[in-house]
Design a binder for this molecule. Sequence first.
Ligand SMILES: *[C@@H]1O[C@H](CO)[C@@H](O)[C@H](O)[C@H]1NC(C)=O
Ligand SMILES: *[C@@H]1O[C@H](CO)[C@@H](O)[C@H](O)[C@H]1NC(C)=O
Ligand SMILES: *[C@@H]1O[C@H](CO)[C@@H](O)[C@H](O)[C@H]1NC(C)=O
Ligand SMILES: *[C@@H]1O[C@H](CO)[C@@H](O)[C@H](O)[C@H]1NC(C)=O
Ligand SMILES: *[C@@H]1O[C@H](CO)[C@@H](O)[C@H](O)[C@H]1NC(C)=O
Ligand SMILES: *[C@@H]1O[C@H](CO)[C@@H](O)[C@H](O)[C@H]1NC(C)=O
Ligand SMILES: *[C@@H]1O[C@H](CO)[C@@H](O)[C@H](O)[C@H]1NC(C)=O
Ligand SMILES: *[C@@H]1O[C@H](CO)[C@@H](O)[C@H](O)[C@H]1NC(C)=O
Ligand SMILES: *[C@@H]1O[C@H](CO)[C@@H](O)[C@H](O)[C@H]1NC(C)=O
Length: 294
Amino acid sequence: MFIVQVGALLIALIYYANAQTSVVAVNTTIPGSELSANGLRQLAAAVVPQSPVFHPSLRSQFSLNLLSAFPEDLEVSDYCVALLAIFGQRYSTYVNCLVPAARPVKVCQNCYGTYGNLMEIYKNISDQMGPGNVSCRDSLLRSDRLMLVFLLYSNLEDIWTASECNRCVSLTHHSLTNDTLYFMATLNQSLSCFEKYQKQGNHSELCTECKATYRGLNELYSRMEKNHTLCIDIEDSMNMTRILWSKKFNCSFPRAETVPVIAVSSFMLFLPIIFYLSSFLHSEQKKRKLIHRE
Ligand SMILES: *[C@@H]1O[C@H](CO)[C@@H](O)[C@H](O)[C@H]1NC(C)=O
Ligand SMILES: *[C@@H]1O[C@H](CO)[C@@H](O)[C@H](O)[C@H]1NC(C)=O
Ligand SMILES: *[C@@H]1O[C@H](CO)[C@@H](O)[C@H](O)[C@H]1NC(C)=O
Ligand SMILES: *[C@@H]1O[C@H](CO)[C@@H](O)[C@H](O)[C@H]1NC(C)=O
Ligand SMILES: *[C@@H]1O[C@H](CO)[C@@H](O)[C@H](O)[C@H]1NC(C)=O
Ligand SMILES: *[C@@H]1O[C@H](CO)[C@@H](O)[C@H](O)[C@H]1NC(C)=O
Ligand SMILES: *[C@@H]1O[C@H](CO)[C@@H](O)[C@H](O)[C@H]1NC(C)=O
Ligand SMILES: *[C@@H]1O[C@H](CO)[C@@H](O)[C@H](O)[C@H]1NC(C)=O
Ligand SMILES: *[C@@H]1O[C@H](CO)[C@@H](O)[C@H](O)[C@H]1NC(C)=O
């Protein structure tokens, strides 16, 4: 009888302990997920001057409790933990911007601002000294084999590089370049023209009415190609417009200006032949005259 009672007591105790830990675990995650970027920045500014202050709610979100028992120099400072949280938020904001901008491609136009923010916080982590001469470079970027923060960032950087967005965005990442805006406006003219004449089943009117703006767009595009000011957004929208023009509307490419070029150059090609032919005929005539005199 006694043994059964002890057993029941033990089981109750274990159950109670489990219930306790699960409640604690739930409560600690809730406040962390609600931190805003602004809140964190304020926290980072507030925490660092009085650095030894311990912040259980923030810390438990990012590190095992064991780590707080590590020696001072192996610990990640509160400032760096706050930077890491801001990095995480800006990272997901950028990725959330990228995915819907994948098709039709608008990754440069739509996401340059969020990329600029991400770059800025990564720079704080990698180069800059925080208040109190704290640098997060070693603690966040190179303390382990995986180097996750570095890896995540460099993947996004590769996407930015491959899309050539730098060519369309100002150096400060605050605006698109004027060339890009001008291209977009010209593209809009062509697309508006297409929209206007698209309704008729017979597209021959569209082909004649929109030919001028479409040709202008093509010329602008090839000038920009020479200037190296094309990024993926522009390349893709031009590609789509060309496919619309030739496949969907079945218009021929406006080659009006190439006809005279071909005429003149073929005339030039025949010049030597005409020259030899005429001199040959001329010499034949002379020969004949000579024969007549003999
Ligand atoms: C957990 O949070 C809830 C509300 O968020 C609160 O009512 C409850 O008392 C908390 N439990 C503990 C153990 O702090
Ligand atoms: C990042 O660094 C810049 C320049 O040093 C500073 O103005 C900014 O407040 C820093 N950001 C954070 C979150 O510490
Ligand atoms: C931070 O470092 C600079 C130079 O490295 C030094 O002049 C300054 O006194 C340091 N500040 C603190 C608070 O340690
Ligand atoms: C871009 O255009 C705006 C307004 O048209 C002008 O104020 C600005 O100076 C231009 N920037 C460059 C780099 O040409
Ligand atoms: C062109 O721009 C105007 C005004 O900016 C806008 O209302 C219109 O929807 C655009 N047209 C296309 C085809 O993007
Ligand atoms: C399209 O319509 C124009 C007049 O609007 C007409 O001259 C032309 O023959 C038509 N083309 C075809 C392929 O039906
Ligand atoms: C190409 O670059 C030159 C000088 O850098 C500039 O004057 C010209 O406007 C550019 N053309 C286009 C289409 O951007
Ligand atoms: C243009 O679009 C076609 C069909 O969508 C695609 O196969 C091709 O790779 C695109 N070309 C460029 C330069 O993006
Ligand atoms: C496009 O035009 C050509 C002749 O110009 C014709 O043979 C072809 O069937 C047309 N295609 C479509 C999809 O209208």
